[in-house]
Ligand binder design. Sequence first.
Ligand code: GDP
Ligand code: MG
Length: 397
Amino acid sequence: MDRRENKRKSENVEVAEPRNKLISPASSLPTDPTLYSGPFPFYGRPSELGCFSLDAQRQYHGDAQALRYYSPPPTNDQGPSFDLRDGYPDRYQPRDEELQEGLDHLLRWLLDHRGKLEGGPGWLAGAIVTWRGHLTKLLTTPYEQQEGWQLAASRFQGTLYLNEVETPAARAQRLARPPLLRELMYMGYKFEQYMCADKPGSFPDPSGEVNTNVAYCSVLRSHLGNHRLLFSGEVDCMDPRAPCTQPPACYVELKTSKEMHRPGHWRNFYRHKLLKWWAQSFLLGVPNVVAGFRNPEGFVCSLKTFPTMEMFEYVRNDRDGWNPSVCMNFCAAFLNFAQNTVVQDDPRLVYLFSWEPGSPVTVSKHQDAPYTFLPTWYVEAVTQDLPSAPKTPSPKD
Ligand code: GDP
Ligand code: MG
């Protein structure tokens, strides 16, 4: 083994060995809401760049084949009576949650479209690439009191990639998920089946299977402060009768929640659930969330539409409510923190940002497995057609 290789090896050991070694005690980010209550930062209206679908076998397709169409029940009769437990567990094909897909599907889309992005390769080099769901977690962090998160970050050809890592606590919880909670998850998907048709103008068919491998994802770009964002999120359906049929303005998010009968229940719902609903739909530019309220027997008997831009009104005068400015300012502050921390351009170097409620965000540095998340097929394909690194013909060619 030559000296250089030896040196590289010892460097690797140095960064990888103390698994949770902090880079420096000062490199942390506080999350207290009071620190982020300034004016709402600039957030550009998200514009859709494209989409992709995942089929019943979780295979990628670069088209909208998994998109479904909003088809609510007629409003003239007594209202819905959707049995959300119907088909459980015999007509349920849940996705394998042990498969950690990371950013793979989004990277696949990016590989196919990066040459055609408006603004050229320079635009992507200055952007942050991630899932919408990861940004949602950032937005709600100042108010989150239960669940922490870990976000892995790598810089590659300028672009900052952010990928969530399942925390040991979240993994333990998932593996020990109580049967009732499993059924509740099914019920959320079953509601989508009652509300969506496969074709515009046709009707839902709740007799089939619920297969959660199937997904339709929109890919969008936007800006938060100085940060360019390219992200993707799963979309439940589009409303063919929406006033504006251009995505994401035609998209609808579907949710279920417990029927509420006391003002205190509603207050809690506005403080906690509506914050998550707002963050998720606001990021992607989804204008409406349609909620189905389920009774104790698991039937949805009432529906209510919550316009995303009106959700804050429910907590505006509540001292224990949430504030969209705090959410967005914290997210912008985290992105600054990440941009300034992840300075080395290396797809095998991972900065792991960790957060637990009541603490600041901390960061540790890791080389190679198990933290690297940019797949070799992506790194190689992108490296190969770098204009500055042309393939040199070998003497044999
Ligand atoms: P969301 O906002 O949390 O629903 O997440 P996104 O819309 O950003 O989805 C990103 C990708 O993660 C999509 O391919 C989803 O199908 C997938 N996804 C969303 N939620 C889950 C989950 O709870 N578990 C797993 N394994 N994948 C998920
Ligand atoms: Mg939904």
